[in-house]
Design a protein around this ligand. Structure first.
Ligand code: AMP
Ligand code: MG
Length: 420
C-alpha cells in the first residue's frame, strides 16, 4: 500500500527544494552564457574606458585657454592635428593650440577638455572640409568637460560581477567590453519530460475514438525551455511498467538532472508510474492541499530527482510552476526562485474549497493599483484558462469564500504589458 502524505504547498515546496543543489560550473562562450548564472567572479583585466577619450566631436584643448570665451568673445586656437576614433595623435597640446577630435578618439597629450564642434566656428561635421589652421572657441569649459576618463566605468582589478549574478544582455555587453569571451556559469539543467497514459497520441497523429493528444509533454518541455534549461522529451509511455522503465532509461542515459512526468501518480487507481517508482525509486506520494493539483510524487529514480505531476493539463502546468520551476532555477544557480508577486484587488467574488487555490487571472494596472479578474472556467482540463491569464492569484488555504474587492497576492507569470 502506498502511504500518502497530506501536505501544504509550502511544506511540499520545502521538501522538494531541499533536494535541489546548484549544478557545477562550466565554461561558456559569452552568448551561450545569456540567461545563465555566474558561478565565479569576473575580474576586470582592463579599465573601462581603457583610455581617456572624447565624448563629442569637437576640439581638444587646455580648459585654461577657454576662460572667458563666449560667442561674442571667442578665443582663437591654432589647430595642430586631427584625431579620429581608433587612432592616437602624436600631437602635444600646448597653450594656445587645439586638436580636432572625433567622439571616442583618445585625448591627446596636454589636453584636458573638449569643446563640442557646435560651440566653434567650424561647420557641423563636414567631412569634406580640410583641417582648419585655427578655430574659434565660443564657450568656456572646465578641465574634464566632454572627456570620459580612463576607468570611469570600471577600474582594472575590480570585481565586476559576483557569483550568483544573472547574465542579461547588459552583462554580456560589459563582459565583451572587458574582453571576457568565456565565463564560468552554472551548467544548464537537463530535464526529462515524460507523459504517460494509453489515451495519448502524438501531436502529429490523427485522433482515434477515446484518444487525446499529448499536450502535457509539450507544455512541460516549453516550461523547461522558457527557464533556459534543456528539455529532453521522452515522449509518451503507455500504461505498462516495461514502457515506463524503457522511457526512464533513456532519460538516465541522457544524464538528466531531473525527471518530470505527468499523470499516473494518482492515488487509489492503478497507476504504472507509481508502481515503477515504488520498485526502483525512492519516491513519496503526496496529496498537496492545492487547487488545481493535489496528487504529486517526489523523490528520486535511480538517484535522479523525480517529480511526478498530476495529469490534468492545468494541474500539470500549475504544479510545474509551483514546484518544478523553483527546483530548476535552484539547479541553475539562482537564489531568487519565485515569480514576482503583487497585491491585487479581486474583481469578482470567488468560491474555493479550502485548498490553497491558484486562480487563473488577468491582472491589469489601474489608478487604484493592480486589479485581478478570473479568466473564466477554472476546470483543471481547461487549458485556455491559462492562455488568457498573466497571473495566478492565490486564495489562501482555509478560505472558502472570497468577496469581490478582497486583497490577495498574485504570482505574475507575465507583466500586464504582455496581456493580449
Ligand atoms: P491521470 O492522472 O492519469 O488520471 O490523468 C488525469 C487527466 O489528465 C486525464 O483526463 C488524462 O487524460 C489527462 N492527461 C494525462 N496525461 C495527459 C497529457 N500528457 N496530455 C493531456 N492530457 C493528459
Ligand atoms: Mg491515466
Amino acid at each position: 500500500m502506498t502511504r500518502v502524505e497530506d501536505l501544504t504547498v509550502a511544506e511540499a515546496l520545502a521538501l522538494i527544494l531541499d533536494k535541489a543543489h546548484p549544478l557545477p560550473a562550466e565554461k561558456a562562450h559569452l552568448l551561450d552564457a545569456l540567461g545563465r548564472v555566474l558561478a565565479e567572479p569576473v575580474v576586470a583585466h582592463d579599465s573601462l574606458p581603457p583610455f581617456a577619450n572624447s565624448s563629442m566631436d569637437g576640439y581638444a584643448m587646455r580648459a585654461a585657454d577657454t576662460v572667458g570665451a563666449s560667442s561674442g568673445t571667442p578665443v582663437s586656437l591654432r589647430v595642430l592635428a586631427d584625431v579620429a576614433a581608433g587612432t592616437v595623435s602624436q600631437a602635444v597640446v600646448t597653450p594656445g593650440t587645439a586638436v580636432r577630435i572625433m567622439t571616442g578618439a583618445a585625448l591627446p597629450a596636454g589636453a584636458d577638455a573638449v569643446v563640442p564642434v557646435e560651440d566653434t566656428d567650424e561647420p557641423w561635421r563636414d567631412p569634406a572640409r580640410p583641417l582648419p589652421a585655427t578655430v574659434q572657441i565660443r564657450r568656456s569649459v572646465r578641465s574634464g568637460d566632454f572627456v570620459r576618463p580612463i576607468g570611469e566605468d570600471i577600474e582594472a582589478g575590480q570585481i565586476v560581477m559576483a557569483p550568483g549574478h544573472l547574465l542579461r544582455p547588459q552583462e554580456i555587453g560589459v563582459l565583451a567590453a572587458l574582453g571576457v569571451s568565456d565565463v564560468f556559469v552554472h551548467r544548464r539543467p537537463r530535464v526529462a519530460i515524460l507523459a504517460t497514459g494509453d489515451e495519448l497520441v502524438g501531436v502529429e497523429q490523427p485522433l482515434a475514438p477515446g484518444k487525446i493528444r499529448n499536450s502535457n509533454g509539450y507544455a512541460q518541455a516549453a516550461q523547461v525551455m522558457s527557464l533556459g534549461a534543456e528539455a529532453i522529451n521522452l515522449g509518451v509511455a503507455h500504461d505498462t511498467e516495461a514502457d515506463v522503465r524503457a522511457k526512464l532509461r533513456r532519460g538516465l542515459d541522457a544524464g538528466v538532472d531531473l525527471f518530470v512526468s505527468s499523470a499516473g501518480v494518482s492515488v487509489g487507481a492503478y497507476d504504472v508510474v507509481k508502481e515503477v517508482l515504488e520498485q526502483e525509486g525512492k519516491v513519496g506520494f503526496w496529496r498537496v492541499r492545492m487547487r488545481p493539483g493535489k496528487p504529486l510524487a517526489f523523490g528520486s529514480y535511480q538517484g535522479v530527482p523525480f517529480l511526478g505531476l498530476p495529469g490534468n493539463p492545468v494541474s500539470a502546468m500549475v504544479s510545474f510552476e509551483r514546484f518544478a520551476r523553483p527546483f530548476v532555477r535552484k539547479l541553475a544557480g539562482f537564489s531568487d526562485l519565485d515569480r514576482p508577486q503583487v497585491e491585487v484587488t479581486l474583481g469578482e467574488e470567488m468560491e474555493s474549497d479550502g485548498r490553497e487555490t491558484y486562480l487563473r487571472a488577468v491582472v491589469t494596472r489601474g489608478p487604484g493599483g493592480y486589479q485581478a479578474h478570473s479568466t473564466g472556467s477554472q476546470g483543471s482540463h481547461v487549458l485556455t484558462s491559462l492562455v488568457r491569464a498573466n497571473a495566478l492569484v492565490i486564495i489562501p488555504e482555509g478560505m472558502t469564500h472570497v468577496p469581490a474587492g478582497a486583497k490577495l497576492l498574485a504570482l505574475m507569470i507575465d507583466w500586464p504589458e504582455h496581456v493580449f
